[in-house]
Design a protein around this ligand. Structure first.
Ligand SMILES: C[S@@+](CC[C@H](N)C(=O)[O-])C[C@H]1O[C@@H](n2cnc3c(N)ncnc32)[C@H](O)[C@@H]1O
Length: 257
């Protein structure tokens, strides 16, 4: 469907933009550890979107918890190798939305309603003390929406994207133990001259929502992630994501969506 391709693209971009990504990766690791320290006990930790492990403090988590589960729809070879170095780290291949398996059928039958996400994994796991959604939320609808772009009306795909995001946020509220959310919320395109303090560029900075209209509450922590510094996507434009972190997501109230 495109999940593997997407992982390969992230890995390639990480290699090209390593320096620009570094502060974001450090902030993410710190937010994960902040959540980990607030966990009621230190039995099982679950990381959604662990992916390539760029932003996961694996060594520290492995030392803190009896078991660490790295959940992702794709586990790359470097991730498998890194995990194999820790006896208490386990990989879990999981589509956290639960809808991916139904998308091929949905593409063939656009007359039928699209599958809805209602995740239930681990809800009854009494050993689960920490769950973190790691830079995953905005990605949940990315592949599904591209997959259905030619078979379904835009409005229907837009509604599905919002539902996938809201279902994940509600799921994190229902899981046992401490839950945390780290996600990009908006992207802005900033002309490079402006960043470097040069003359204002003719293009004004543009901002767009990457959470399909879902509003998040005020974050405990927030930072900018220079996700595609010029010329990665455009010759003279830096693409900067605004990232929110909620080390204690259950204390947060989702504004009316
Ligand atoms: C931007 S990456 C997160 C950063 C990642 N931790 C890293 O080290 O680069 C988003 C991750 O979400 C995963 N993902 C996307 N959709 C998913 C789904 N439905 N279920 C589980 N994981 C998913 C991707 O495979 C990818 O690893």
């Amino acid at each position: 469907m495109g999940f593997l391709k997407s992982t390969i693209q992230v890995r390639a971009r990480f290699k090209r933009c390593r320096a620009a990504w570094f502060p974001h990766l450090q902030h993410t690791k710190a937010a994960i550890l902040s959540a980990a320290r607030q966990a009621p006990e230190r039995r099982k930790a679950l990381l959604f979107g662990a992916g390539l492990l760029h932003d996961i403090p694996l060594r520290e988590l492995s030392a803190m918890f009896e078991e660490v589960i790295l959940a992702d729809i794709v586990h790359s070879l470097p991730c498998r190798f890194a995990a194999s170095r820790f006896s208490n780290v386990r990989l879990l291949a999981l589509d956290v939305t639960g809808v991916a398996a139904g998308l091929a059928a949905a593409q063939r039958r656009p007359d039928l309603p699209l599958p809805r996400s209602n995740p239930a994994w681990f809800l009854n796991d009494s050993h689960l003390d920490l769950s973190v959604s790691v830079n995953l939320l905005s990605q949940l609808s990315w592949v599904p929406s591209h997959f259905l772009a030619h078979s379904h009306p835009e409005a229907e795909v837009a509604a599905m994207k919002t539902q996938l995001i809201l279902a994940h946020l509600e799921y994190l509220q229902r899981l046992p133990g401490q839950t945390a959310l780290i996600t990009d919320t908006t992207w802005r395109a900033v002309p490079v001259q402006e960043i470097n303090g040069g003359p204002p560029a003719s293009d004004a900075a543009q901002t767009w929502d990457v959470l399909s209209g879902v509003n998040l509450p005020m974050p405990a922590l927030a930072w900018d992630w220079c996700i595609a510094p010029a010329p990665e996507r455009a010759q003279c434009i830096d693409y900067i994501a605004r990232v929110h972190a909620y080390p204690d997501w259950k204390r947060c109230v989702l504004p009316g969506n």
